[in-house]
Design a protein around this ligand. Structure first.
Ligand code: PEP
Ligand code: MN
Length: 263
């Protein structure tokens, strides 16, 4: 179902009124984690001002350490929903467990399946039984074929609204968080009709590299970008070191609009 042979034309996925694919650029932005109403309100104002069209923020966080901040749970979902409504931005947030799907569906416009859960097949099936668009991130050790097979799990349950996300894979290079596989964009496009976006925040882990990798993603034919932004990265409860500052984010959004218009 994910293959080009099955469906020749590029698929378009709607998140609220926002189109992803078929020539429209999705700009997904927000903090790694929802930390408080005030934090989300400040960041969402920049997200809106920059012209991004989907607000992100994690309420259930897949942290490497069980002692690290795990997210605000349902309280975080409420904050994200309220702030999204205030700025008229649809929201995407991660769901980590099949048992959370129903709860997250009550608040979110789009469900994110994180890299660590790309092959959580029960979660894929459960998300496939919802009517919410799904943002499926590539696992850090997954091939492009694995990613497409995971998408297939969702499609096979009847949910055809899947957006893929390249977010870097593990490699020997240790000056970046992961290795951004930009070739995944045209590679997916040859094999599949599904939209694909790029997340240079988790791929590089470095704010100084994010703008150029966003421009490269757009030039490579990506259907959007996904970036983390925080007004006070040193105080962020997760992924602070990779967050763009508001002014860096605003400059980047302007650059991407100009680039997209020129292509
Ligand atoms: C995230 O989007 O905050 C996240 C945890 O991403 P990934 O699953 O790509 O690591
Ligand atoms: Mn993050």
């Amino acid at each position: 179902l994910a293959s080009r042979e099955f469906h020749a034309a590029d698929s378009v996925v709607y998140v609220g009124k926002v189109r992803i694919g078929g020539g429209s650029l999705a700009m997904i932005a927000g903090p790694c984690a929802v930390e408080s109403y005030e934090q989300m309100d400040i960041i969402a104002r920049y997200v809106k001002a920059g012209g991004a069209n989907i607000l992100r923020g994690g309420a259930f966080k897949p942290r490497t350490s069980p002692y690290a901040f795990q997210g605000l749970g349902e309280e975080g979902l409420k904050i994200l929903r309220d702030v999204g409504q205030k700025y008229d931005l649809p929201i995407v947030t991660e769901v980590m467990d099949p048992r959370q799907v129903e709860l997250v569906c009550r608040y979110a416009d789009m469900l994110q399946i994180g890299a660590r859960n790309m092959q959580n097949f029960d979660l894929l099936k459960e998300c496939g039984r919802t009517r919410k668009p799904i943002l499926l991130k590539r696992g850090m050790s997954a091939t492009v074929k694995d990613l497409l097979m995971s998408a297939e799990y969702i499609l096979a349950e009847g949910n055809h609204d899947v957006v893929l996300c390249e977010r870097g894979v593990r490699s020997f290079e240790d000056s970046t968080r992961n290795m951004l596989d930009m070739s995944a964009v045209p590679n997916v496009k040859v094999q599949s009709h599904l939209p694909i976006i790029v997340d240079p925040s988790h791929a590089t882990g470095r704010p100084d590299l994010i703008p150029s990798m966003c421009r490269a993603a757009v030039a490579a034919g990506a259907d959007g970008v996904h970036v983390e932004v925080h007004h006070c990265p040193e105080k962020a409860l997760s992924d602070g070191p990779q967050a763009l500052l508001p002014h860096q984010f605003l400059d980047l959004m302007g650059d991407l609009r100009r680039l997209a218009a020129a292509l």
